[in-house]
Design a protein around this ligand. Structure first.
Ligand SMILES: NC(=O)C1=CN([C@@H]2O[C@H](COP(=O)(O)OP(=O)(O)OC[C@H]3O[C@@H](n4cnc5c(N)ncnc54)[C@H](OP(=O)(O)O)[C@@H]3O)[C@@H](O)[C@H]2O)C=CC1
Ligand SMILES: CC(=O)N[C@@H](CCC(=O)OP(=O)(O)O)C(=O)O
Length: 315
């Protein structure tokens, strides 16, 4: 029997990507909403309760409203918004972090898909804290480059507007008040004692991310070198389809540049370890719309359905 799926917010950036990926799948029956009714509460409620699994691709407030509409206790929810990511009743949709995360997604009825910046940050910090390499009270800081699709339909329209301001031609730092919406999940999911100092930067390309976090090696729990940290990550993410730890001293270092766009259109995440004996930089490179949003959401769905984890994804 086919799994009935409804995408609430199917005309948004993330919703469209999720919808597109289902077009080719034989195991799924898509429940669709008429465009003119897509914000109609009664129609959304009807479709949510008629589905086996509903994806929420909505702003936070609307995502909370949708969850409150669930009356059919069999309905499972995969929420791409920030609304439920630190709620312990929800599974955090990042299966590579630990066997416990994977199991909670497989058995779960409520799954929160990680935020895009948070995906890169947590892929780097969670393993280091879990294995005692990074003290939980380390003052973690970092920055993150993102394509403008990370800002959804509104930001896409602003960047693609013919008479846009000249400042859009250059990368722009934001979240200057240090209150970015992903800080909470970065702290709660990794176990850090405080929220990191985190500076996102949006630039003039459609999609792709590069999250980079610097560390002093002598402030880590045991004597570390970039080579040892590289070995650690390669082992931690060994045999993971969606996470590749790139060779130490490989192509990127030979070129001398890491780009924010390299993983655009790909659903996995690459990790780089660079630096020297005193200072090491860990970087996660991926697509904000792939492993940072719709790719991660579909990966969670596949785990819940018990099918191939990579079904319908670009790897
Ligand atoms: N873009 C990205 O890289 C990522 C986005 N996310 C998250 O995914 C969610 C969706 O984001 P994104 O796709 O970028 O946003 P968009 O703004 O592109 O899309 C949101 C969609 O939700 C619709 N919508 C708004 N309110 C309601 C409502 N009350 N009922 C039904 N539909 C509604 C909007 O309608 P309308 O078309 O009229 O505007 C729009 O189509 C957000 O929570 C976002 O933070 C997560 C990870 C990455
Ligand atoms: C460029 C840009 O504005 N990007 C968004 C991130 C999009 C995202 O990941 O949003 P969720 O938290 O809902 O997952 C931002 O930094 O707020």
């Amino acid at each position: 029997m086919k799994t009935k799926i409804f995408v609430d917010g199917s005309e948004g950036t993330t919703g469209l990507r999720i919808h597109e990926r289902f077009m080719k799948r034989q195991d799924i029956e898509l429940l669709t909403i008429s465009p003119e009714l897509r914000k109609d509460e009664a129609e959304r409620k009807r479709l949510i309760n008629a589905s086996d699994i509903t994806f929420l691709c909505l702003p936070d407030a609307a995502a909370k409203e949708s969850v409150a509409m669930v009356e059919n206790e069999k309905v499972k929810i995969i929420d791409t918004s920030t609304a439920h990511r630190t709620d312990s009743e929800w599974a955090y949709g990042f299966p590579e972090l630990s066997p416990e995360h994977r199991a909670k997604i497989q058995k779960g009825k409520r799954i929160a898909v990680p935020g895009c910046h948070a995906t890169g940050f947590i892929s780097l910090v969670y393993p280091l804290i879990a294995k005692g390499i990074l003290p939980a009270d380390y003052p973690v800081s970092g920055f993150s480059l993102t394509g403008y699709s990370g800002g959804g339909k509104k930001m896409i329209a602003e960047y693609e507007e013919e008479n846009r301001p000249a400042e859009y031609d250059a990368p722009r730092e934001y979240a200057l008040n240090q209150q970015h919406k992903h800080l909470k999940e970065m702290k709660v999911i990794t176990g850090l004692k405080r929220e990191p100092l985190f500076s996102p930067i949006v630039a003039d390309y459609y999609s792709g991310m590069l999250v980079s976090l610097p560390f002093y090696t002598d402030m880590l729990a045991a004597k570390q070198t970039p080579e040892l940290i590289h070995e650690f990550f390669a082992d931690y993410y060994k045999n993971k389809l969606f996470i590749k730890v790139m060779p130490f001293g490989g192509e990127a270092e030979k070129k001398g540049f890491l780009s924010g766009i390299d993983c655009s259109g790909w659903d996995g995440l690459k990790i780089y370890v660079t630096g020297n004996g005193e200072r090491v930089v860990l970087s996660a490179q991926f697509d904000n719309l792939g492993k940072g949003a719709s790719g991660a959401a579909i990966q969670c769905l596949n785990l819940m359905l018990g099918c191939q984890e990579e079904e319908g994804l670009n790897l």
